[in-house]
Write a protein that binds this ligand. Structure first.
Ligand code: SF4
Length: 224
């Protein structure tokens, strides 16, 4: 039996035991999820959600009104999410693209699209990389793609699931090759929670970590 597969399964199982198996449910409409994820870059969930809710409230939830609004007003409304000079035009350009290519503010056509094609399509939106594309596809359509953010990347490297310097796309491919599609949603959410609560970037709390016996970082630390 492949040791990496065994380790990946053990990580999945232990995190489920620690945090539970989250039920899959669509959090938002796909376009909402796309815009929210654009807002979430380099900030915390609280600030990005606040910016998203303020944006929707200011324009009555009307994407057409947001697409045609003054850019300065959008920047002001989403300011709390940070990087608003980049995020505001990305939001408007994304809505422009939907308006132009789909004729509606909808991503429902992705439901029938093969996952790799849908990933490519979403990554053709301004500023959308494979993390954002995977979040939209996994969270809204339950498509088999594994989103890798900074928490997931860090822990995958420390555990030895991925190489120490593996880029996010390599980490994504590692997990996707090691675990069944049905595990991606739970693993993604639980790794993020574990990264926030235990496997901190600067000060991982290895002593009480449920993954410690699986972790290369902790073992090298102990050996040292
Ligand atoms: S043992 Fe330490 S480094 Fe390894 S996953 Fe747990 S907290 Fe992170």
């Amino acid at each position: 039996m492949n040791d990496r597969i065994e380790k990946a399964k053990a990580v999945y199982t232990r995190l489920n035991a620690a945090y539970g198996i989250p039920d899959w449910r669509p959090h938002f409409e796909p376009v909402d999820e796309l815009i929210l994820t654009i807002l979430s870059a380099n900030t915390n969930d609280r600030n990005s959600l606040r910016a998203f809710e303020t944006l929707k409230a200011r324009f009555g939830g009307d994407w057409d009104a947001i697409r045609t609004a003054d850019l300065a007003e959008i920047k002001e409304v989403i300011r709390v999410a940070g990087m608003y000079h980049q995020k505001a035009p990305r939001i408007v350009e994304s809505l422009e693209k939907l308006y132009r290519e789909v004729g509606a503010y909808s991503l429902e056509h992705l439901a029938e699209m093969p996952v790799e094609e849908a990933l490519d399509y979403l990554q053709s939106f301004p500023g959308v990389g494979h993390k954002t594309a995977s979040i939209v596809l996994l969270f809204c359509f339950r498509k088999p793609t594994f989103p890798v953010d900074t928490h997931v990347q860090r822990q995958s490297q420390r555990l030895g699931i991925s190489r120490a310097k593996a880029a996010p796309l390599e980490v994504k491919r590692d997990w996707e090759s090691l675990l069944p599609d049905a595990d991606f949603y739970s693993l993604h959410l639980n790794l993020i929670r574990h990264g926030r609560e235990v496997c901190d970037a600067r000060g991982p709390r290895c002593a009480g970590c449920v993954l410690r016996s699986l972790c290369e970082h902790a073992q090298s630390y102990t050996a040292g």
